[in-house]
Design a protein around this ligand. Structure first.
Ligand code: ADP
Length: 249
């Protein structure tokens, strides 16, 4: 159902040896939206993202996904529920072609994280077709047979998104999808994220504010580990506290 909450965090807190990096954060992401987490450097975005994606355990607080408490669940179990973090580039196998990378991700969906898999001819052939579909969806058709390490940075990120989509997530968590990209890559990946959001919910940490402005339905602004403001871009960008937090860095 549109507008229902798919992911929420309440009282989320993370302390590192007495330093509170994320401080009592409450956040709700609505199904079918693109939600951005922004804030100046050191605001706690990455820590918050790592808590939501289960890379870190919170010191306090709860995370609910689709009505289930996932606070203590492993990243693999959370992924099985449909909440998937975009893989890091290091997870892309450089010597394999873009297409092979996507096919392996598809095989993982079927066989779990194990590499010790066996697939019938029929399954392999359907995986091959599905891999092509994903490669096409992320705009890599021309580059499908090129070793992943030879792709441009922006295309590697697109491949990373394709391998994430191979897991058929209901919700995607993207960590700075535009980091290090050329303007052309930013435009291509922005269009891809928009397209993906037609069917899936997206939460992203992103520094590029023009991307945030053009893509996000809702934005949560963090500063010093706390939620400073929340709303659409027009609202938060006019908020004097948000302006001060960015200027004051
Ligand atoms: P952002 O992503 O918004 O730049 P981070 O979440 O990376 O912010 O960091 C928030 C604060 O927490 C920073 O002051 C950072 O130094 C601190 N921090 C992050 N990770 C650790 C850690 N593992 N140990 C100690 N302090 C940390």
């Amino acid at each position: 159902m549109a507008n229902e909450i798919i992911l929420s965090a309440s009282g989320l807190t993370k302390e590192f040896k007495g330093f509170v990096a994320v401080d009592d954060v409450t956040l709700s992401v609505r199904r079918g939206t693109i939600h951005a987490l922004i804030g100046p450097n050191g605001a706690g975005k990455t820590t918050c993202f790592n808590l939501l994606t289960k890379v870190l355990s919170p010191t306090a607080g709860r995370i609910i996904y689709n009505g289930r408490d996932i606070t203590k669940m492993s990243p693999a179990n959370v992924a099985r529920l449909g909440l998937v973090r975009s893989f890091q580039i290091s997870a892309v196998f450089g010597h394999m072609t873009a297409l092979e990378n996507v096919r392996i991700a598809l095989q993982r969906r079927i066989r779990g994280d194990s590499f010790d898999f066996w697939c019938s001819e029929r399954v392999l052939s359907s995986l091959h077709d599905e891999a092509w579909e994903l490669i096409t969806a992320v705009g890599l058709t021309e580059f499908a047979m090129i070793p992943a390490r030879e792709l441009s940075y922006g295309r590697k990120r697109a491949l990373e998104i394709a391998t994430t989509l191979a897991l058929d997530p209901e919700m995607l968590l993207l960590d700075e999808p535009m980091a290090g990209m050329t303007q052309e890559d930013v435009e291509r990946v922005s269009a891809l994220i928009k397209e993906i959001s037609q069917k899936r919910t997206i939460l992203m940490v992103e520094h590029n504010l023009s991307v945030v402005a053009s893509l996000s339905d809702r934005i949560t602004v963090l500063t010093r580990g706390k939620v400073l403001a929340e709303g659409d871009y027009a609202t938060v960008s006019k908020d004097p506290r948000v302006i001060e937090a960015y200027i004051g860095v």
